[in-house]
Design a protein around this ligand. Structure first.
Ligand code: PRX
Length: 670
């Protein structure tokens, strides 16, 4: 059997050989806020030894308070309360703060639409801070008019349009809790999320553009609102209103008394809306993410700590300056879009670019065109995109003047050194540092990353912890492992932007994050620390896959597969993939009387697409007569992973119930 290797980030042997070091350039060390390793170490030591002093000082200087806080941290594992007794408003910190200053007329948001399929350039819209403030106040009044108040949950199911950011900020203005659902999720996923958080209202659009096609978002919402559970009850029965943005202007159904148009509603409101006074620990948003078991969990973030984390990391990791044009290519449906398109950049008064479309539409130079057009200075994107650009060829990049770029960022998965070097040389012209930022939906903001004026870079590592963060690599017993040995990544101390829980499920919160390693937050990632103390993230060690930077739980895909009438049993594993980091491979056994076929393979892929969303469609479906199991009946995923990856079967198979199963599975691939 052939041995496949992968250039994706999980190839640890290539990581161990990586020895190149890139020191901060003078341009950065002279001008950035943390200008040297000595400065970094001094501040980091203070942040760990005297966290109250460190965080108290920054919370006072970075945030605008309506009522000062009394206590920096109240910690009773796993419940954290930061900046206790304080009151503030997130939208006021992102918008009102800049009114009456020269920034009021600075561009806050530049929005670029997807070009039309007939080749017409995309639309563009620019909002200054004053204009964005006005739009947010108006939409906050629309929400109020439609019955939304403090603490109510609002689902935002929108394409990458300015209204997504406006709706998020409008929720924070009145103290409503938003839950953004990525546009690549299905009606079923929308319904499940509505049910889980008991949302009152949905904001959506008639559709969104994706590579010239229309994504039928409103239609998906209509479908979600009539879905029922097995007992015949409506899943989304808490929804009272749907507000619809007109984007594609194709025909959609508007339900009387339930659905209203965004633009019509604006006619009834004025632009005055005082920001609600919110407690530091008031829930700010819920964002659903996949775990190793069950349905996605609603990760809960709260007001003050989250905002401080997003603001400070954005300011220091990206070394933002007044005249930067900053572009984060993530979707607002993911946490990166929350922290680094909306909250972090706006709280820092940065000009932030938002793009609606795909990187290769209409041609593979779309990103480089945009950078040239707007003179983008900071680009923050994902390794999957970088690897795709590498494949499409340097000529697409070289056609454009990218001399405005001064800093590059990476997020979402390990970046393999080859992709790092390409990003550095071809996109960054050899002059731009790369900040490889490690974090999670749960962490709220970046926890491990270089600071461009201080940290020498090595391709493939997220380097060192941010202030206040104490990561450690430990063994199964929770003991620190020696340098250069692999282990589990844990965080030893609480930090302001940490998740406060799983919506409605404190037990799962404790079990998932606080039970694996005593006294620590368990990240679910494997890691090693090198002799310089740099953290090299290897990837997930739980049953969560990272496919093209999207987090997908194997359990979720398995349960989608077994809900198909032909399927008896399913096991889903990841296979290394040069482009996407990991590809999703499903092993399926069929019910008696069912025949395997190419059509059924496609049908199963589409079925998962319908159940979870196009984002989770399997790359490969393989039929098997039986799945390898231990004598106690547990599916041996390790073996399936090896079969899926085409590597030789290694390790202990003594608990395997039936060797013939393996022989059949591997023979089928040859
Ligand atoms: O495995 C890690 C990987 O992405 C996971 C978190 O996924 P999600 O919650 O969707 O958030 C993604 C955006 C913050 C982590 O557990 N990951 C994220 N960033 C990196 C990374 N792996 C390696 N290097 C990174 N820079």
């Amino acid at each position: 059997m052939s041995k496949k290797s992968s250039s994706a980030g999980t190839n640890i042997s290539s990581l161990l050989q990586e020895k190149r070091v890139f020191k901060p350039s003078k341009e950065f060390s002279a001008a950035s806020r943390v200008p040297s390793m000595a400065a970094y170490k001094k501040l980091w030591n203070e942040s760990i030894r005297q966290p109250d002093r460190f965080w108290g000082r920054h919370a006072k200087s970075e945030l605008v308070w309506m009522k000062p806080f009394k206590k920096v941290l109240q910690w009773k594992e796993p419940v954290a309360k930061w900046f206790v007794g304080g009151q503030l408003n997130v939208s006021a910190n992102c918008l009102d703060k800049w009114l009456g200053t020269p920034l009021a007329n600075k561009a806050a948001l530049i929005w670029e639409g997807e070009p039309a399929s007939d080749g017409k350039p995309g639309e563009e819209r620019v909002f200054t801070y004053a204009q964005l403030h006005r739009e947010v106040c108006r939409f906050a009044n629309v929400l109020k008019r439609n019955g939304v108040g403090k603490g109510d949950r609002v689902i935002l199911y929108l394409p990458m349009i300015a209204e997504a950011a406006i709706a998020m900020l409008a929720c924070t203005r009145i103290g409503a809790i938003h839950s953004v659902v990525f546009g690549g999720f299905s009606a079923q996923s929308v319904a499940d999320r509505i049910q889980d958080c008991g949302a009152k209202l949905v904001v959506t659009s008639d559709g969104g553009y994706r590579r010239g096609a229309i994504v039928p978002l409103k239609k998906n919402v209509d479908d979600a609102l009539i879905l029922k559970n097995e007992a015949g009850e409506l899943l989304a029965k808490t929804i009272e209103k749907v507000i619809v943005v007109r984007r594609t202007a194709h025909e959609i159904h508007m339900a009387e008394n339930r659905d209203v148009w965004w633009h019509r509603e604006l006619e009834y409101v004025d632009a005055k809306c005082a920001p609600a006074k919110m407690d530091s620990e008031a829930p700010l948003f819920i964002l659903y993410t996949s775990g190793s078991t069950g349905k996605p969990k609603g990760i809960l973030h709260t007001t003050a700590g989250y905002l401080l984390g997003a603001k400070m990391t954005h300011q220091l990791v990206f070394d933002v300056r007044e005249d930067d044009v900053y572009w984060c290519t993530a979707d607002v449906g993911w946490v990166t879009g929350h922290s680094y398109i909306v909250y972090g950049p706006l709280a820092n008064g940065t000009t932030c670019l938002m793009y609606e479309g795909a990187p290769n539409w209409p041609e593979p130079d779309r990103f480089w065109r945009i950078i040239e057009k707007y003179r983008v200075t900071i680009l923050y994107t994902a390794p999957t995109a970088i690897r795709a650009f590498m494949k499409w060829g340097d000529e697409w990049v070289k056609k454009h003047d990218l001399s405005s770029l001064r800093l590059l960022g990476s997020v979402g998965e390990p970046i393999n050194p080859e992709a790092w070097m390409w990003y550095h040389k071809v996109v960054g012209g050899g002059r731009c540092p790369i900040v490889d930022t490690w974090w999670q939906t749960e962490t709220g903001s970046i926890l491990i990353s270089p600071l461009p004026g201080a940290t020498p870079l090595k391709p493939g590592t997220a380097t060192l912890p941010f202030f206040g963060i104490l990561p450690e690599v430990v063994d199964d017993a929770g003991k620190a492992v020696p340098k250069n040995s692999g282990g589990k990544l844990v965080i030893r101390k609480p930090w302001p932007s940490m998740l406060r829980g799983i919506w409605g499920d404190p037990k799962r919160f404790k079990e998932t994050y606080w039970s694996e390693v005593k006294g620590s937050y368990f990240t679910g990632d494997g890691c090693r620390q090198d002799e310089d103390g740099y953290f090299w993230i290897v990837g997930r060690i739980d049953d969560v896959l990272n496919v093209a930077g999207h987090r997908i739980g194997t359990a979720e895909v398995e349960s989608a597969l077994v809900s198909h009438p032909a399927v008896a049993e399913a096991a889903v594993v990841g296979r290394p993939d040069d482009m996407k980091g990991q590809a999703l491979v499903c092993f399926v056994t069929l019910k008696t009387g069912q025949q395997s076929s190419k059509e059924l393979k496609n049908e199963l892929r589409n079925h998962v697409g319908r159940e979870i969303g196009p984002v989770a469609k399997p790359d490969d479906v393989r039929f098997a007569e039986a799945l390898p199991k231990t004598r106690s009946g547990k599916i041996m995923r390790r073996l399936l992973k090896q079969i899926a990856s085409g590597v030789e079967i290694k390790g202990d198979t003594t608990t395997l119930e039936d060797f013939a199963v393996i022989a059949k599975l591997t023979a089928a691939e040859e």
